[in-house]
Ligand binder design. Structure first.
Ligand code: COA
Length: 335
């Protein structure tokens, strides 16, 4: 008998910082309004971590809850998907593994911005398929509030902080929770559309040139918007087709929560009712790599995502990067 080597989702945990910034709060500081933000993005508020809270602090809490949800206190590897690591180096995952008491397991970060969680899932599935690990904790965690320009209304309106995590274990392909095909892609010709210009090796921090450095997150919103719709729809269709499903077989489509207009456009392009795309961003904004696990937990809690539902996941982010995956939702209770 061959060993089971399909990644099966068996735990889900989330953590949001308690601080909430509403659109009205932002409008007191910036030239914006609740009406503009809601009508252009669907976002009503976002959670923002307190000063001094790092991404690992959120990741540890979500990770702890995912382990509890999976009824386990061990895994063979830890992957943290983030574009707001605690430090440029070292990676955030080893600290998370240590603080979770997971010993000396392999731990590393995946940097694919808002697609990071789907990339992380794919890497975890690869570890399990190769027999490198029997179980993996995959965390998406972000503190975007630490990289946004306080004066930039277009990014501050969108992004929020948070963390979500799943545990995947080795299992059989026909089990509920078994990950189906994962489709990933990138297009580095669009790398300038979303980036932090300074502080990396291209424009390193130098005290002498500090005044011309730009350490903040920058995004060409309208161009990102068009790319996000096309790439998420394409990748999702491919993932669904490879799973042997027709698009209309998808019961619940858990999309990266960047902008409700992007989600609606993907639904329209796939000829799926918009009601199959659960919306979480109204309460949390775009939480980048944390977005999909947070949206999964919210959909389960709200009763819209139930065991047996045919589920598609799709994300798009800086890089540019994108990804999609399928699974039949398992009987997992988020913690
Ligand atoms: N309040 C008021 N006005 C705002 C605003 C805000 N919060 N944010 C941007 N604007 C303004 C812009 O300054 C611009 O003004 P100008 O024409 O005077 O220069 C105007 O609105 C139009 O900007 P544009 O970027 O074309 O608007 P948009 O309709 O594309 O909406 C985004 C902006 C950012 C909401 C939208 O492009 C978007 O959601 N993009 C994708 C974001 C995303 O998914 N990012 C992460 C990748 S995962």
């Amino acid at each position: 008998m061959t060993a089971a080597r399909t990644a099966v989702v068996c735990g889900l945990g989330t953590h949001l910082p308690s601080g909430v910034v509403t659109n009205e709060d932002l409008a007191k500081e910036l030239d914006t309004s609740d009406e503009w933000i809601r009508s252009r993005t669907g976002i009503g508020q976002r959670h923002i971590a307190e000063d001094g809270t790092a991404t690992s602090d959120l990741a540890v809490e979500a990770g702890r809850r995912a382990l509890k949800s999976a009824s386990t206190d061990t895994v063979d590897a830890v992957i943290v998907a983030t574009s707001t690591p605690d430090h440029i180096c070292p990676a955030t995952a080893p600290v998370v593994a240590a603080r979770l008491g997971l010993g000396t397991v392999p731990a590393f970060d995946v940097a694919a911005m808002c697609t990071g969680f789907v990339y992380g899932l794919a890497v975890a599935a690869g570890f399990i398929a190769a027999g490198t690990a029997r179980s993996v904790l995959v965390v998406g965690a972000e503190t975007y509030s630490t990289i946004l320009d306080p004066e930039d209304r277009s990014t501050r309106a969108i992004f929020g902080d948070g963390a979500g995590a799943v545990v995947v274990r080795a299992g059989e392909p026909d089990e509920p929770g078994a990950l189906g095909p994962v489709i990933l892609g990138s297009d580095g010709t669009g790398s300038e559309l979303i980036r932090i210009p300074s502080g990396g090796s291209r424009d390193p921090f130098r005290a002498a040139h500090a005044e011309r450095a730009d350490p903040y997150f920058r995004m060409s919103g309208a161009r990102v918007f068009r790319n996000a719709v096309e790439r998420m729809a394409e990748a999702s269709l491919e993932a669904v087709t490879r799973a042997g499903w027709a698009p209309e077989d998808v019961d619940v489509f858990v999309s990266h929560q960047a902008n409700v207009r992007i989600m609606n456009a993907v639904a329209d392009q796939m000829r799926l009712p918009r009601s199959r795309f659960p919306v979480h961003l109204d309460r949390v904004g775009n939480t980048a790599a944390a977005s999909i696990p947070l949206a999964l937990a919210d959909a389960v809690t709200a009763g819209g995502l139930r065991p047996g539902h045919r589920t598609a996941l799709a994300a798009f982010g800086g890089g540019l990067t994108w990804g999609a995956a399928t699974l039949t939702w398992p009987d997992v209770t988020p913690v």
